[in-house]
Design a protein around this ligand. Structure first.
Ligand code: ADP
Ligand code: MG
Length: 452
């Protein structure tokens, strides 16, 4: 077993031992970095994870890891940055002039590769573009801009490009989320006022400019961060002028990125834009079949189960995977040897209800928001523009986007036939408000709690 598989097996067991909130909070986003001399080094997302995992979960972790590996390991929790800094020191000292490129350095998830990305009609073009960029970085299409709803495989494709390049060339690749870019950039300005930031400026420049391929995920998150956008603009220009490959993803097309600087959007349109669509039935079935291969083969799963899942989880691939995981967890827990339709229906009962009640539930959101602000649902659907109406309307649109899988277009339709750009504007606005106003954030959190 390689370390990714070990960790995946470990996480699967942990997931079955915990409820989803602690699991999602403390274990999601962790990965096994290395096993060295009886010590398991695990990468965690934030500082708080180190302490919390040590204080609260260490026994469970050691015991579960023993179940998977048959050995007791000591655990060390580290941040990704700490490895990067360490590696950089090593490569600076020992390998001057030798390009370093490996998945960890590049921040790539080695699980996401082309081999396990299933192609169908809805993602055919995106996949083809990704492959050609992977084969000719900096030459085929620059930038490559991949957009579509959440859960459709954008991140998977971007990692696949990165992994391919790292494996087949000695180019330096960097994958970051836009949030990471913003936080790196904020560190830059923070230290600036102390006057002690020279090292960090160098580090930042080196990290973002001294590379051959920059992959930046969920660029829509740069909205509301004008200073970071400017920095990104310069980064983009530098890389682009040097024929370095830039790959960008977003939940909407460049033209709908209303809160980004125009000059950035213009550049996004220079290369190739590819839209990735929700999977059709055939693709859903093929993905399920592929994902099954990676699971417990001793449990057979009947075809009607696959059809049932494919029919009930249509919106995105993440949901499909979630359904399959649940079925297997259920079968393991109750020791079911053969997964038939009855088992699947039972296993997915709550999951399906939950996703059904969240999905398509714009009406419930409208009702809750209307009650909260003491307006009528009809007002939300009307064209009235007074603040007392328009603000709740924007909140309801934002929540509809956040809590359901509906597109901007569908949400617009549910609000009396508004244009999708009105919905985008509303979502952007509320997102900005949440970022800069604590009261509004609390209010929205409160509404989300009510809706859940
Ligand atoms: P996005 O970034 O668009 O929100 P992700 O790339 O995170 O979506 O995909 C969500 C999950 O679905 C991931 O686990 C990914 O591996 C899986 N997935 C999406 N599309 C495919 C596909 N075509 N083949 C295999 N797995 C897929
Ligand atoms: Mg993504």
């Amino acid at each position: 077993m390689d370390k990714d598989t070990i960790w995946q097996n470990f996480l699967n067991i942990i997931r079955s031992k915990l409820t989803s909130l602690p699991f999602d909070t403390w274990f999601k986003g962790t990965k096994l970095y290395e096993l060295d001399n009886g010590i398991a080094k695990v990468i965690v997302p934030m500082h708080v994870h180190k302490k919390h995992l040590n204080d609260n979960y260490i026994d469970l972790i050691v015991e579960t890891f023993n179940e998977v590996t048959g050995t007791n390991f000591e655990f060390q929790f580290i941040l990704e940055e700490e490895i990067n800094v360490k590696k950089k020191q090593i490569s600076n000292n020992d390998n001057i002039g030798v390009p370093y490129n490996d998945p960890i350095q590049a921040n790539l998830n080695t699980k996401y590769i082309f081999d396990n990305f299933i192609v169908g009609e809805s993602n055919f073009f995106a996949h083809a573009a990704a492959v050609s960029v992977a084969e000719n970085p900096g030459k085929a299409y620059n930038p490559l801009f991949i957009y579509g709803n959440s859960g459709l495989g954008k991140t998977h494709l971007m990692h696949a490009i990165g992994n391919y390049i790292v494996k087949n060339t000695n180019k330096k690749v960097l994958y970051v989320t836009s949030e990471k870019f913003v936080s790196d950039f904020l560190n830059l300005t923070k230290r600036d006022s102390n006057g002690t930031n020279y090292d960090y400026i160098e580090y930042f420049k080196d990290k973002y400019r001294n590379i051959d391929v920059l992959i930046i995920d969920d660029i829509q998150m740069l909205s509301g961060a004008p200073a970071s956008q400017q920095e990104f603009f310069h980064t983009f220009n530098d890389l682009y002028d040097d024929n370095k490959q830039i790959i960008i993803s977003s939940d909407r097309s460049p033209d709908d990125l209303k809160l980004l600087e125009e000059r950035l959007v213009t550049r996004f349109n220079w290369g190739l834009k590819v839209n990735i669509y929700p999977p059709d039935y055939e693709l859903r079935i093929n993905i399920l079949k592929k994902k099954m291969i990676n699971r417990d083969l001793s449990k057979t799963i009947t075809n009607d189960v696959l059809e049932y899942v494919a029919n009930n989880f249509q919106a995105d691939v993440r949901q499909l995977e979630g359904a399959l995981t649940r079925i297997y967890a259920y079968a393991t827990m109750f020791n079911v040897p053969k997964i038939n339709l009855d088992v699947a229906i039972e296993a997915l009962k709550d999951y399906l209800n939950k996703s059904l009640s969240l999905k398509n539930d714009i009406h419930r959101i409208q009702k809750t928001v209307a009650e909260f602000y003491k307006v009528r649902v009809d007002d939300l659907k009307s064209n009235r523009r007074t603040y007392e109406i328009s603000y709740p309307r924007q909140v309801a649109m934002y929540l509809s986007r956040k809590l359901t899988d509906e597109s901007f277009i569908k949400i617009g339709m549910e609000f009396g036939g508004k244009n999708h750009s009105t919905v985008i504007h509303a979502c952007d606005k509320i997102e900005r408000d949440i970022k800069c106003n604590k009261e509004i954030k609390n209010m929205i959190d409160n509404l989300i709690q009510q809706l859940k």
